[in-house]
Design a protein around this ligand. Structure first.
Ligand SMILES: [Zn+2]
Length: 565
C-alpha cells in the first residue's frame, strides 16, 4: 500500500513537476502586502513569542517561512536606506539612498533623501514643523515637496505595474514620508502622516487632488480621538519580561511624556500631541486604520491582477530611540503592534482572503541596546560625543602635511565626512593620500573603530572583508562622502539635534543589520530557515515568483523556500 502511494506520488511529480511548486505557481496572490517594521531587530518577534496574541505576528511565525538569520548588507543602517533596499532589492550603491541625509555637492548643502521641491504636499502647512520635529533628518528638508525621483532604480512594485499595463494597484503607507515613498516606488501612490496637519497627506507627484476617501478618512479625525488619553499597558504589568524595569534612568522624559506608564499624549492643542502619538502604539493603530480604508476604497485585491501594498509601521523606531529595545515601553509597543497587525490581517482575510494574500514582513534596520542597560549587565557600549573631540590638532597636522591653507572639512552627515570643494578641486593634492591620512587620524578618536577612504574603496585598495563590502555596497559616487566613519560596536552618537535619545542605529554591526524576514499566506507552509539571507533577496524573490522582470538594480538571490523549491 505504501509502495503504491509512493508510485502514485512519483507519477504525479513526473507529470506536473514538484507538487509544492505547482500549488504556488497555480495561485498568484491577489495582494502582496509588504510590511516593514521600522527598527525591528531580528530577535524581537520571537523574544515575546509566548506573550503574543492570536492572528498577528503569531500568524506569520506559526504559518509562514521565518528567516531568522537575515541581514542588511549595506553599512549605513538607516531608515530610507533599508526601506529602499527592501523595495528595490538593490544596494544603496545602485538605488542611491546612501543615508537619510547626504551633502549635495552641486547644491552646496545637505539634502533630505526624498525631498523634491517640484512636488509639493497637497495640504497647506503639512510640511515639517521645525519647532516640534524630533527627527533631525526631516528638519534638513527646506521645502514640503516629496517624490521618489532620487531613488535611482525600480522597485518590485514598479515592475508589477509595468508588467500589467498599469493595472496592478501599487501603494505605500507610513507615518514617515520616506517609509511610504520608498515602498510606493515611481509608479505607485504614497500616503504619509503629517504631524503638523494631524492628517495623512500626499504630494502632487502622485495626485492633483485627494481621493474623496482620503478626505473622508481625515475628516473622521481618528488621531484626534486620542486627545486627553494616555499610552496604557495592554496587559497586567506582572506579565511583562520588563515589568519590573519601567523606570530606567537613561530614558528621557520628553515633553511631559514621562519615563513610566501611563504616558499622557496631552490634548489636540498641545504642542507635541501628534509627535507623542507617533512615539506610541497609537501611531501604528492610525496607520493600520488608514491602510484598511485604502484597501476598501481602492479595491485592493478585488480581481485576479495582483496588487501591491507596502505598509511601514514607524512606532517601533521612535519608541526604540527613546526607551531602547529592552524596555517596558518597547515590549508593550511590540505587543500592541501585534494587535494592530492581527486587526489588519483579519480585515484582509474578510475582504480578500489570507490564502490569496502573500505577506512579507521585514525591517529597515535593527537597533543597539542602551549603553546603560549593557553596563548593568556587564556588556560593551557607550555614547560617542563628537563635541568632546578636539579635531583642531589633527586638522592642523593634516593641513601642514598637505600644504592646505583654507577649509579642510565641509561637514559630517552620518556616516560620511565630506572634504571641502576647495581641497577636492586642488589637483596638487593627492586625494587618496589625504583621505588615508584623515582616516588614520580619525581611528585615534574615542569610539571610532574604522574610517574608510572612498578613494581607497574605488581603487580596490582595501582588504576584502565584510566591513569593506558593506561600505562599498553603500557607496554612490555622487552622494557618498570622502571618508566613511564606523564607530565601535555598541557605541553611537545619541544626540539627535540637541535631543538626547537612548539609542541610535546606523552602524554596520550585527545588531543593526539583523532583521526578520517572514513570508506567509498564499499557500506557504511553516518553516524556520537559519541560513544567512539578505534583505536584497526579498524583491528578487517577489519578481521571480510573479514572473516580472527583476527590479533594475536587484542584487539578491531568490529565496527558494518561498517558491516551494
Ligand atoms: Zn528606521
Amino acid at each position: 500500500m505504501i509502495r503504491l502511494i509512493a508510485i502514485s506520488i512519483g507519477l504525479a511529480v513526473a507529470l506536473t513537476g514538484p507538487l509544492v511548486g505547482v500549488a504556488h505557481a497555480a495561485d498568484k496572490p491577489r495582494l502582496i502586502l509588504q510590511i516593514t517594521v521600522d527598527q525591528m531587530r531580528g530577535d524581537l518577534p520571537t523574544r515575546y513569542r509566548e506573550r503574543l496574541g492570536e492572528g498577528g505576528l503569531r500568524y506569520l511565525l506559526d504559518q509562514g517561512i521565518h528567516y531568522n538569520n537575515a541581514h542588511h548588507t549595506h553599512a549605513n543602517t538607516e531608515t530610507v536606506v533599508g526601506h529602499t533596499t527592501l523595495a528595490t532589492g538593490a544596494n544603496p550603491a545602485a538605488h542611491g539612498m546612501v543615508g537619510n541625509l547626504w551633502f549635495d555637492r552641486n547644491a552646496g548643502k545637505t539634502v533630505y533623501n526624498i525631498e523634491d521641491p517640484n512636488y509639493s504636499v497637497l495640504t497647506g502647512g503639512a510640511g515639517v514643523d521645525a519647532d516640534t520635529e524630533i527627527d533631525p533628518t526631516q528638519k534638513a528638508a527646506s521645502t514640503d515637496g516629496r517624490s521618489p525621483k532620487a531613488i535611482l532604480t525600480s522597485t518590485f512594485g514598479d515592475e508589477l505595474s509595468t508588467a500589467t499595463a498599469g493595472r496592478a494597484k501599487v501603494f505605500g503607507v507610513s507615518v514617515k514620508d520616506r517609509g511610504a515613498v520608498s515602498m510606493a516606488g515611481h509608479t505607485g501612490k504614497a500616503f504619509w502622516f503629517s504631524k503638523s496637519a494631524g492628517q495623512f497627506v500626499t504630494s502632487n507627484y502622485y495626485y492633483d487632488q485627494y481621493p474623496e476617501w482620503v478626505v473622508q478618512w481625515n475628516a473622521k479625525g481618528m488621531p484626534q480621538t486620542y486627545s486627553g488619553k494616555s499610552w496604557e499597558l495592554l496587559n497586567p504589568i506582572s506579565t511583562y519580561l520588563f515589568g519590573d524595569r519601567d523606570d530606567q534612568k537613561w530614558e528621557p522624559d520628553f515633553a511631559g511624556f514621562g519615563r513610566t506608564f501611563p504616558h499622557p499624549f496631552g490634548t489636540t492643542d498641545s504642542k507635541y500631541f501628534t509627535t507623542l502619538l507617533t512615539l506610541s502604539p497609537a501611531g501604528d493603530q492610525i496607520t493600520a486604520d488608514f491602510a484598511k480604508a485604502l484597501i476598501d476604497n481602492e479595491g485592493i485585491g478585488e480581481d485576479e491582477i495582483t496588487d501591491f501594498l507596502g505598509v511601514s509601521f514607524s512606532a517601533t523606531d521612535y519608541v526604540g530611540h527613546f526607551y531602547g529595545p529592552s524596555s517596558l515601553e518597547s515590549e508593550d509597543n511590540i505587543l500592541q503592534l501585534d494587535r494592530a497587525l492581527a486587526d489588519l490581517f483579519a480585515y484582509i482575510d474578510k475582504k480578500i482572503g489570507l490564502d490569496r494574500t502573500l505577506i512579507v514582513l521585514s525591517a529597515d534596520h535593527g537597533a543597539p541596546e542602551a549603553p546603560g542597560y549593557l553596563e548593568e549587565l556587564g556588556g560593551l557600549g557607550g555614547y560617542v560625543t563628537p563635541d568632546a573631540w578636539d579635531t583642531a590638532p589633527a586638522a592642523e597636522r593634516i593641513k601642514a602635511k598637505f600644504g592646505i591653507s583654507g577649509t579642510l572639512i565641509e561637514g559630517y552627515d552620518h556616516p560620511y565626512l565630506y572634504l571641502s570643494e576647495e581641497v577636492r578641486n586642488n589637483d596638487a593634492i593627492d586625494q587618496t593620500a589625504l583621505e588615508t591620512a584623515i582616516a588614520d587620524e580619525l581611528v585615534g578618536f574615542d569610539g571610532v573603530a574604522y574610517a574608510v577612504s572612498s578613494s581607497n574603496l574605488r581603487e580596490g585598495a582595501l582588504p576584502d572583508n565584510a566591513l569593506t563590502r558593506a561600505v562599498l555596497n553603500n557607496y554612490h559616487p555622487d552622494r557618498s562622502g570622502d571618508i566613511y566613519v564606523v564607530f565601535k560596536p555598541g557605541w553611537f552618537i545619541n544626540d539627535m539635534d540637541g535631543l538626547s535619545v537612548t539609542v541610535t542605529h546606523g552602524s554596520p554591526w550585527r545588531y543593526d543589520t539583523f532583521v526578520p524576514i517572514i513570508f506567509a499566506g498564499n499557500g506557504i507552509s511553516q518553516q524556520t530557515v537559519s541560513r544567512r539571507v539578505h534583505t536584497v533577496d526579498v524583491a528578487i524573490t517577489l519578481s521571480t515568483m510573479m514572473g516580472t522582470p527583476p527590479p533594475s538594480g536587484a542584487a539578491g538571490e531568490v529565496l527558494l523556500e518561498v517558491l516551494g523549491q
